[in-house]
Structures are given as structure tokens and as C-alpha cells.
Design a protein around this ligand. Structure first.
Ligand SMILES: [Cu+2]
Length: 197
């Protein structure tokens, strides 16, 4: 079914979040995230797993439980490793990992999948995959022609990590998407370890 531009615009206005990693299981908030980010941020993410980052600072600022540095909203939306210690994938150097994205509403923009050093919130090496433009294009999405590899793709675990991601919590695989027109950022994280080769 084709949507008119007006319908697309109203859909986008109604729901504010639009994507998350559905496989493997992404980081989800619990008590540690509540302690760092406050109840409002956690409630927002639990209510809508696809919620964008830009909506969170305003919520957080009104919450007396919010501790900015500890929460670190721009890393995995503030969701803490301590809540996900039982949710850690174990990979081998060179292993191929399939990742699936639940993309509920499109906003054309750029995206990448990267290993992120959680201490510095920086990408380790080069992105594993990247879409410099044309990711989640509304016309393709509603026309049912969104390239399948935007929501179901494989990444290869680098062979050059040594012990960098050997300890759970030190690294995440992050799916990052920025919708240019909507000015919304989406982030989901997978906790994982790779034993030194
Ligand atoms: Cu939107």
C-alpha cells in the first residue's frame, strides 16, 4: 500500500521513535540504568524500544534521579552494562554475526554499525558497516523496496582487536542511525566479548 506524503508526515509526528536491534538481544535498562539515568528515561525506553536519543535529555533533566556523567545518554541511550551482565554474546575473531533491525518508521539519513569503546564512546577502528546516505528512505520503506540489507545484515568480528574487547562491558556493537530531516538519532547496543586471538 502506498502512503501519501501527508500520511507519512503525520505518522512520523505521532510516534517519536523508530528502530532498534531485535537480534541479538540489545542492551535493556534495569535498576542500574534507573540509578544512573532516573526513572523517566528508563520508562521511555521500556515503553518504546525504538525511541530516539534527542527526546531523552529533556526527560532526564526533569528527573532528580538523573546523573549525567554516569548515565551517558549518548552511549546506548544511557542503558548500563550492569543491567546486561547476563546478556553478553561471545564471539571469535573473524566470526560472522547476523544482526536484525526492527525498523518501524523510516527517516532517510545515514547509519553505521560499529564496535564502540564504552569508556571513551569512540569507534574502534573502522565501522563494520556503514551507509553514508540513503538509509531508511521513506519512499523505499513505504513502497516496500527498502533494501533488505538495511534491516538484516552480517558483520564480521575484526581479527585485530587483541584483548581490547575481551572483558564484558568494555565494548559494544552499536547500530547508529541519524534521520537527517527528522534530526533524530537511534542507537542500540549489543554487549559482547572477543577473546584475544
Ligand atoms: Cu520520527
Amino acid at each position: 500500500m502506498l502512503f501519501t506524503l501527508l500520511q507519512i508526515a503525520s505518522l512520523a509526528a505521532l510516534a517519536h521513535g523508530h528502530g532498534y536491534i531485535s537480534t541479538p538481544p540489545m542492551r535493556m535498562p534495569g535498576d542500574a540504568t534507573t540509578a544512573a539515568c532516573g526513572k523517566s528515561v528508563v520508562a521511555d525506553i521500556v515503553k518504546d524500544k525504538t525511541s530516539h536519543v534527542e527526546g531523552l535529555p529533556e526527560l532526564a533533566a526533569k528527573d532528580s534521579g538523573y546523573k549525567a556523567a554516569q548515565c551517558n545518554l549518548w552511549l546506548c541511550r544511557g542503558v548500563q552494562f550492569a543491567d546486561n551482565a547476563a546478556n553478553v554474546q561471545t564471539y571469535k575473531p573473524g566470526e560472522t554475526v547476523e544482526i536484525k533491525i526492527a525498523l518501524t518508521i523510516p527517516h532517510v539519513g545515514s547509519a553505521n554499525v560499529s564496535i564502540v569503546d564504552t569508556k571513551t564512546n569512540t569507534i574502534v577502528g573502522q565501522p563494520l558497516l556503514s551507509w553514508p546516505s540513503g538509509y531508511a528512505d521513506e519512499r523505499q520503506f513505504y513502497g516496500k523496496t527498502l533494501p533488505a540489507n538495511q534491516t538484516d545484515f552480517k558483520v564480521t568480528i575484526p581479527t585485530t582487536l587483541d584483548a581490547k574487547c575481551a572483558t564484558a562491558g568494555d565494548c559494544v556493537i552499536q547500530w547508529w542511525w541519524y534521520g537527517t530531516g527528522a534530526r533524530q538519532t537511534y542507537e542500540s547496543c549489543i554487549d559482547f566479548t572477543v577473546a584475544a586471538a
